[in-house]
Design a protein around this ligand. Structure first.
Ligand code: BDR
Ligand code: CA
Length: 313
């Protein structure tokens, strides 16, 4: 089977970085057509720089990286330096990128790529706020029917929220964008906190990354070392959740995940629950299903896959 063509839309972020490394290490299953940066964990100048740092860490400076939207559709940007550090990639000491950003806006790259490739052959993989993707859908509604699937990290049901008591960060930062995406009719697969909070980087898993002895393996160990200081204290767990790589792992081995095809609506009005993913997990409404909302992960299988693939870089 030929590899699945994807565009990674991202706000690196250490966990975004690991998701990108996993994709770039898996050319049999995944062809990365381009990486589009969006403002999220840190502002756009940093996310678009970090995406290039990660490509170079993977030894793939030829990957196209575009800068996209620098703020949510209709709200001021909320960032997460308290989790990811000032640069967004705190932890390892990585050199500034040599590769240039591509000319043109990320949103136009998304639109042009979807129009150029055969319909139904390109998957979008958002790992940050959904601003770039929603802007593309608004600017070019014809691409809706051309997208194979959107596989995204965002939202929560049982785990409720991480940036507010009821909202997950990516959806909270741009709830209007998320609302557009979830109402689009596009096939959507969601990796919510319910899954990613089970993908914990325990000490043995971190040791396995470091033991690879490669630049990528050591950098991933140092990245997870950095953000686990925050997460372990917050959750009292024995490791920090590795959110975004669940998206790229799903593309390689969907059997690692289980979930339900359900209705998911985005709260955009309430001050108290802004950005909540109102997921009808128990089927208590007659609202039509619009997303496959994952609930569980084979965490050992996930980390085995990740370590095996990182070893290839
Ligand atoms: C999501 O928010 C960001 O901090 C992470 O990169 C991930 O995409 C988790 O809520
Ligand atoms: Ca992210």
């Amino acid at each position: 089977m030929s590899p699945r063509k994807i565009i990674i839309d991202t706000d690196p972020g250490q966990d975004d970085a690991v998701a990108i490394l996993l994709a770039l290490a898996s050319p049999e299953e995944i062809e990365v057509l381009g990486i589009t940066a969006v403002a999220g964990n840190v502002p756009l100048p940093l996310t678009s720089k970090n995406a290039r740092i990660v490509c170079e860490l993977a030894g793939k400076p030829e990957v196209k990286v575009f800068a996209g939207c620098d703020a949510p559709l209709s709200r001021p940007l909320v960032t997460a330096e308290h989790v990811h550090g000032k640069t967004g990639l705190d932890g390892p000491d990585l050199p500034d990128p040599q590769m240039a950003l591509q000319d043109g806006h990320a949103v136009d790259f998304i639109i042009e790529t979807l129009r150029a490739e055969p319909a139904g052959t390109v998957t979008l993989c958002p790992l940050g706020p959904l601003t770039n993707v929603a802007t593309a859908l608004q600017k070019a509604p014809d691409i809706v029917d051309r997208i194979q699937e959107i596989v995204l990290m965002g939202g929560a049901y049982f785990e409720v929220g991480n940036i507010t008591p009821t909202a997950e960060f990516n959806i909270y930062v741009d709830p209007e964008a998320a609302d557009i995406v979830f109402k689009s009719g596009i096939r959507i697969t969601v990796m919510p906190l319910d899954v990613t909070h089970k993908a914990l980087v325990t000490k043995p898993r971190n040791d396995a990354f470091r033991a690879l002895g490669t630049a990528a393996g050591v950098a991933v160990a140092e990245m997870t070392d950095f953000f686990e200081r925050f997460d372990k204290e917050k959750y009292g767990s024995n490791g920090a959740p590795l959110h975004d790589p669940c998206v790229t792992a799903y593309l390689i081995n969907p059997d690692l995940f289980t979930g339900r095809h359900i209705n998911v609506e985005i709260e955009t009005a309430s001050e108290l629950t802004l950005g909540m993913t109102v997921a009808d997990w128990w089927g208590v409404t007659d609202r039509a299903p619009n997303a496959t909302f994952m609930g569980d992960i084979d965490a050992d299988g996930f980390f085995a896959l990740l370590t095996e693939r990182l070893a290839r870089l």
